[in-house]
Design a protein around this ligand. Structure first.
Ligand code: GLY
Length: 364
């Protein structure tokens, strides 16, 4: 029986562990606090089309490959855990000024030319779709194939799935990959991955996010994910069964998880111009986490040497990218490669930045 250590218990590590256990590996997952990092903080959007931009073909294709896997992935999880993780079926990006409205048309033209479907809505179309949005909204971009999931329900469902598949959980921090006796290792510690593989081009990108609970006097949450840019700052509102998730700020300040007054103020102020009834909601939670950023905004999924596979660096898209990453890692563990994951191979970066001295031999 082959043994596998998965280091990191966010959605990427959990799903890789689940898949590997299902394929016959004896899997141990190491994390002092499973599911407590970026996977817990996240909003849960699955929006590769709405986030598309001319020239970013690889990111679009990679995200779309994962989006296509989501229905099957979620159905499998539901069968095992009893949890339906979906909280919305569609995404609507709205524009508050002429420049943003022009950008929506640019995105729609580019994405639709690549075989997907985004629909531009005028002011009346947006109002018909989401009557509670503010009067300043002048156009929208409807992605009818982009749902959202409850990231925390996803973490819980993946833990159950891992348990059912026989994954052993060890609440331990791994100090060095060389200490692990396992045949194979998957490094899935997100923004902290470079601490275990020095030189890996992954850095923390801080984000603050709010959870707001609906009170009886407050307007109902939007039915869809609502995305917008306000004063140049991107925001999103993701429905939940009891309210909304409102995100997110973005800063490059290292490993800092303080929630700042300015961050909360900007999120609330910007969101109120999109959803005016927001002030009636109960302020339930403010939390900050670290997106694992890479230089080209694509993750790193591939061999670092014959034993260690990295699956990290998913940036803003860790929840979206979970199913395709799990499939890609399983392919690598069984000595094949998933073609859709080719743009994520670590060898696209100079070998010096990914080949740690622990493992001479370098990137395979
Ligand atoms: N996934 C959304 C964000 O990173 O803010």
């Amino acid at each position: 029986m082959r043994t596998l250590a998965v280091v990191g218990g966010g959605v990427i590590g959990l799903s890789a562990a689940w898949r590997a256990a299902g394929a016959g590996f004896t899997v141990t997952l190491f994390d002092p606090a499973v599911g407590s990092g970026a996977s817990w903080v996240a909003g849960g959007m699955l929006a590769p089309l709405s986030e598309g931009w001319p020239g970013e073909d690889e990111a679009l294709a990679f995200g779309a490959a994962s989006l296509a896997r989501w229905p099957g992935f979620a159905a499998e999880l539901k069968a095992i855990s009893g949890t339906d993780v979906f909280v919305a079926d569609e995404t609507l990006t709205v524009a508050l000024d002429a420049a943003d409205a022009a950008d929506l048309r640019t995105i729609a033209d580019w994405v639709n030319a690549r075989g997907h479907e985004l629909r531009v809505l005028d002011r009346a179309g947006v109002r018909a779709a989401e009557p509670n949005l503010g009067r300043g909204v002048r156009a929208g971009l409807l992605a009818s194939t982009e749902p959202a999931v409850d990231n925390r329900a996803l973490v819980d469902a993946l833990r159950i799935a891992c348990g059912a598949a026989g994954v052993e959980f060890r609440a331990e921090r791994v100090a060095a990959l060389a200490d692990l006796p396992h045949d194979r290792v998957v490094l899935a510690t997100g923004a902290a991955a470079a601490q275990l593989w020095p030189g890996l081009p992954i850095r923390p990108v801080k984000g603050e996010i709010l959870r707001l609970r609906r009170r009886p006097s407050a307007p109902t949450p939007p039915r869809r994910v609502i995305r917008a840019r306000v004063h140049g700052r991107p925001i999103y509102i993701v429905p939940r069964h009891d309210g909304i998730v409102l995100g997110a700020t973005q800063y490059e300040v290292g490993f800092d998880t303080a929630v700042t007054v300015a961050g909360v103020r900007d999120l609330v102020t910007d969101a109120e111009s999109v959803l005016p009834g927001l002030g009636e909601y109960e302020f339930a939670e403010a939390i900050a986490g670290h997106r694992p950023g890479t230089p080209d905004n694509l993750p790193l999924i591939g061999h670092l040497d014959d034993r260690v596979i990295v699956a990290a660096g998913h940036g803003r898209n860790g929840i979206l990218d979970t199913p395709v990453t799990a499939d890609a890692v399983l392919a690598l563990l069984t000595d094949t490669e998933l073609p859709e994951a080719a743009p994520a191979h670590p060898r696209r970066f100079p070998e010096s930045s990914v080949a740690a001295s622990l493992y001479p031999g370098g990137v395979r």
